[in-house]
Design a protein around this ligand. Structure first.
Ligand code: NDP
Length: 331
């Protein structure tokens, strides 16, 4: 299976190239970047045989069947639509787009063309989160009362570009991290947030966009979710806690790109560590995508999952801007 990578990005170089190359008979044929110079350098550094600054040129290569899109957020919509029009399956980075309308158009275009369209929400591919989901669905903690998501990190220097200062490019911690929190909560609880309240801030890095946010979401079951994300927390750990009527799951260090962290289950019998697989999150995501392309499975996170995580993030931003409770609009 030959891939086009659209976007000479950090996530492509650090994780996704290896994830594609970990699959049987898969490799990346093309690197597309808006800068011809960057495309040349990136493809040379990563042994990608062809490069171009024209997405159409790469899409016209009939030896390729899949496109991975990891350009800045404002470009996901147009690049996805072009790839779908060219008959390619698409694995698109989060957030799928800047608006729900665009994201829904991407999903429906792929559906009409009978192509796989998936969102690269890596967290739900991790052994830790898959183990947590199993515990919850097996009733190990009873009815879920609340979830606390700790996802405040210290943005590495090399990523302090469009993310911290470019509204039009899709910058800000809400499109960057709140979407992941929304996706993982939906994945773990199998329900979609209904309404949110929030406050956001620019606390040192953000210029014109928020770099920190705290929000509270209500779920259809009555469970409450607290989500904290930031770019400015140098010494904070990440984690997620799910508290239920019969037990609590406490996971530390698991809101990350690596297969690390710990998961423990607490109940009347005490606390026990929960074992989980330490496979690569990104390789598992690509493997699930490839299975879907071969009609042997479904993507880890579908296009609709990407629409829903974006809807929650947009509601959080609106709630923070207005200082009001906002209903999540999935339409
Ligand atoms: P980067 O900031 O590393 O790259 C984004 C774009 O900036 C590139 O696609 C490229 O544009 C341009 N660029 C980067 N470096 C250079 C350079 N040296 N010279 C010229 N242009 C350059 O983005 P990230 O990897 O952090 O994020 C990319 C996308 O992936 C985003 O949508 C983000 O939300 C998502 N992401 C997802 C993660 C996940 O775990 N699912 C993790 C991290 C990011 P061009 O497209 O023109 O080549």
């Amino acid at each position: 299976m030959q891939w086009i990578f659209s976007g000479g990005s950090t996530v492509a170089s650090e994780f996704m190239l290896a994830a594609v190359r970990a699959q049987v008979d898969s490799d990346v044929t093309w690197l597309v970047s808006s800068s011809a110079e960057h495309a040349a350098r990136f493809s040379h550094d990563h042994q990608i045989p062809k490069f171009t600054s024209s997405l159409d040129e790469a899409l016209s290569d009939s030896d390729t069947s899949c496109v991975y899109i990891s350009s800045t957020n404002d470009k996901h919509y147009a690049q996805s639509k072009a790839a779908i029009d060219a008959g390619k399956h698409v694995l698109c980075e989060k957030p799928l787009a800047l608006t729900i309308d665009e994201a829904k158009q991407m999903v429906s275009a792929a559906g009409h063309a009978d192509l796989v369209f998936a969102t690269n929400h890596h967290l739900r591919c991790s052994g830790s989160h898959r183990a947590i989901r199993k515990l919850i669905s097996a009733g190990e903690i009873g009815e879920v009362l609340s979830v606390r998501v700790h996802h405040a990190v210290h943005l590495p220097k090399n990523l302090r570009t469009w993310r911290i200062n470019d509204v039009k490019g899709g910058g800000g911690v809400i499109p960057d991290i709140t979407v992941h929190n929304a996706d993982i909560v939906r994945f773990l609880l199998s329900e979609d947030p209904v309404a949110v309240v929030a406050q956001s801030a620019a606390s040192g890095m953000g210029r014109g966009v928020e770099d920190s946010c705290m929000s509270v979401w209500s779920m259809p079951s009555g469970a409450m979710v607290m989500s904290h994300e930031s770019f400015t927390h140098r010494f904070a750990d990440t984690g997620i806690e799910i508290h239920g009527t019969r037990g609590s799951i406490v996971a530390t260090g698991v809101m990350t790109q690596q297969p690390v962290g710990s998961v423990s289950l607490r109940n009347v019998n005490g606390t026990k560590l929960v074992p989980f697989s330490n496979h690569s999150l990104y390789s598992r995501g690509v493997a699930d995508f490839v299975s879907a392309v071969k009609s042997k499975g479904v993507p880890a996170a579908s296009g609709s999952d990407g629409v829903k995580s974006l809807a929650v993030a947009l509601a959080v931003r609106e709630a923070a801007n207005k200082g009001q409770l906002v209903s999540v609009n999935y339409e």
